[in-house]
Write a protein that binds this ligand. Structure first.
Ligand SMILES: C[S@@+](CC[C@H](N)C(=O)[O-])C[C@H]1O[C@@H](n2cnc3c(N)ncnc32)[C@H](O)[C@@H]1O
Length: 208
């Protein structure tokens, strides 16, 4: 039986109605079909919860048990990309310097308050809370600058389990050269997949 927080008769919001940037639903579905029940999926960079609530929906519809963790420091990424656009500024200003309230309200309104664990924390500091090799899938969608993506990869990679995935959004040379350069420099055997996503699969015999 679903908990009150996942009672969809009371649901007022669907993830597709949340403002944001998200195009890797196929990876979410593949993860729910691939990994063992009880696995932990982490999404780094949640903004208002569009992709996170989609992941919660995929997990819910899979009828298999997974743990869904969202990590965001809720301050916005600041100006970034070749257009130097500050895409999160309005949401941060609306919340008086944090978008955490709106993110959490959206998770509640979608009916996933009991399913999603939200960590309001900087990345990769949040990674230190997890044991090495404990995470089936970490998806990176926080700040897209070269140094930030390098720091995220370095922080989260040891946490991925052997056979698990480290992946990320906006693998696009024209708009997000920092993402592409950081992935190429750190994970030369990562592959482009889905729609402008990159993915690296940790070798099953990896010690780190
Ligand atoms: C591109 S948005 C995420 C979009 C989201 N996946 C969606 O579905 O719309 C990037 C998010 O990363 C967060 N972020 C940026 N740098 C961060 C950092 N160092 N630690 C944690 N979160 C960060 C921002 O606050 C912002 O909410």
């Amino acid at each position: 039986m679903s908990s009150p927080a996942e009672d969809h008769s009371a649901t007022r919001l669907h993830w597709s109605q949340i403002h944001g940037w998200f195009g890797w639903r196929d990876l979410q579905e593949e993860a729910a079909a691939t990994f063992a029940e009880g696995s932990v999926f982490v999404e780094v960079g949640c903004y208002l919860g569009r992709s996170l609530c989609s992941l919660a929906e995929v997990v819910s519809e899979s009828n298999r048990e997974f743990n869904v963790v969202g990590v965001d420091f809720c301050r916005g990424s600041g100006p970034e990309g070749t257009a130097a656009r500050d895409a999160h500024a309005a949401a941060v200003a609306d919340g008086g310097g944090t978008l955490a309230g709106q993110l959490h309200r959206n998770i509640i309104a979608c009916g996933y308050a009991d399913r999603v664990h939200l960590l309001v924390s900087p990345s990769p500091a949040a990674a230190t809370l997890f044991a090495d090799g404990s995470l089936a899938w970490v998806h990176l969608d926080a700040r897209h600058g070269y140094e930030s993506v390098l720091a995220d990869i370095d922080g989260w990679l040891p946490k991925v389990a052997p056979g698990g995935w480290l992946s990320g959004d906006d693998y696009n040379e024209q708009w997000w050269p920092g993402v592409v350069a950081a992935v190429r420099d750190r994970l030369p055997d990562a592959h482009e997949c889905s729609t402008r996503q990159w993915r690296w699969v940790k070798p099953p015999d990896a010690s780190r």
